[in-house]
Design a binder for this molecule. Structure first.
Ligand code: HEC
Length: 213
């Protein structure tokens, strides 16, 4: 499919802003008598940025940040404090239990927050067999994407989607049971419609939607 270019003007704007900021910083921190190479070194960034960023590249970049945040929260906060240091538990009922939210809940809270902020793109962690019904695919195209990545765990799925009258670029990134804990917690959860998850299964996907004209 076609990956049209978006936001070229915005990115040029950012590039020019960064050039300006770099030159401000270099000016304020430059040693007396030093020449200021900021504009000369930063200028080549502008032509590259002028090409714009494809929806696929934007979705891939967003997914990389979402995945990095989830990994770091799981490792440095949840696993360290609940399993290694045993300072505080992680619990689905984190408010009542005064505990840490689960990583999937953190992700949903942040994506809800993003939607409320007026951002045009959205993301979610969804599944064909969700514990929380809110994590059900939002469209037939998303469901198809989840089916494709479940059958091909090494691949992402890219396509188009329509919600109401808005067209989207749709990107679906497989979410794999990377530890036994993923499978066992879901298998033992009373609301889980599936009880036979195992290590390395694709349990769902991170879904990114970027509006297109
Ligand atoms: C301690 C229990 C627990 C562990 C461990 C756990 N999950 Fe979950 N997971 C949940 C709960 C509860 C939800 C529903 C969160 C919500 O309310 O949105 C969830 C949500 C999800 C969803 C969204 C669909 C759904 O089921 O609602 C996916 C996909 C998912 N988890 C994958 C994983 C993967 C992959 C791992 C391991 C890296 C993992 N989970 C580890 C409990 C767990």
């Amino acid at each position: 499919m076609r990956h049209s270019r978006i936001g070229a003007r915005t990115y040029v704007g950012f590039a020019l802003l960064s050039v300006a900021l770099v030159s401000v910083c270099e000016t304020s921190f430059a040693a007396p008598g030093a020449t200021a190479p900021a504009l000369a070194t930063a200028a080549p960034a502008a032509p590259a940025a002028a090409k714009g960023v494809s929806e696929k590249d934007m979705a891939d970049a967003l997914h990389a940040v979402i995945a990095a945040d989830r990994f770091v929260y799981t490792k440095l906060v949840v696993n360290r404090l609940s399993e290694e240091e045993k300072v505080i538990k992680a619990s689905e009922h984190w408010e009542d239990d005064k505990a840490l939210p689960l990583p999937a809940q953190m992700l949903r809270a942040a994506s809800d927050r993003l939607e409320g902020s007026g951002a045009k793109f959205t993301y979610a962690l969804t599944s064909l067999f969700p514990i929380n019904k809110k994590n059900t695919p939002a469209s037939p195209a998303e469901k198809k994407g989840l089916e494709v990545v479940a059958a091909n765990p090494a691949q992402n799925y890219y396509g188009e989607d329509l919600l109401g009258t808005q067209k989207y670029f749709l990107a679906v990134y497989p979410d794999v049971a990377s530890s036994e804990a993923c499978a066992s917690c879901h298998n033992n959860h009373p609301d889980s419609p599936r009880k036979d998850w195992k290590l390395n299964d694709v349990m769902g996907a991170v879904v990114v939607r970027i509006p297109v004209q």
